[in-house]
Unconditional design. Sequence first.
Lengths: 112, 110
Amino acid sequence: DADVTQTPRNRITKTGKRIMLECSQTKGHDRMYWYRQDPGLGLRLIYYSFDVKDINKGEISDGYSVSRQAQAKFSLSLESAIPNQTALYFCATSDPASYEQYFGPGTRLTVT
Amino acid sequence: GIQVEQSPPDLILQEGANSTLRCNFSDSVNNLQWFHQNPWGQLINLFYIPSGTKQNGRLSATTVATERYSLLYISSSQTTDSGVYFCAVTSMDSSYKLIFGSGTRLLVRP
């Protein structure tokens, strides 16, 4: 089984709808991240969490919120989706001892 | 903040050819990773290599931290190597945040 899983894998939604993307990990890492990738570009950090009670904004957090329900679960919400949030979303985890990050398979989100 | 530059931006190879991809970074790093993004969008970890040299099958990577660059070597390329290769780093003062380069888009023709 994959160490980092994301659901759903694909989602089409309408402008103004609330949507939640979920991430679970079995690596036992405290640190979790949400990134966004736009076509032809690298990934950019939306939010990160060092443990259940520590959540921080990344470089592009406007329009997003997160919830760290447990060490293994980190959810990303779009409160009112807009078309320019159409992108590929990745969850990641890391071990603070090595800084290496491990990515989930991604969620392709389309906002119409 | 730290800048990451990858070259070349695009590369077309005939199957069986070798290639070298380069990643330059503007400041000291405590993490450098190479990823392959396949045509389905999945990010595959290739190497975690903040310094030194590693090999995994037909792929190898070298990071010279003192000179702020890393190289990814692909030997005997296959069509399944096609996709985008990303270099990503974390800097000493922001070790939580991976900064990605813009990638090298590789097409391997049969």
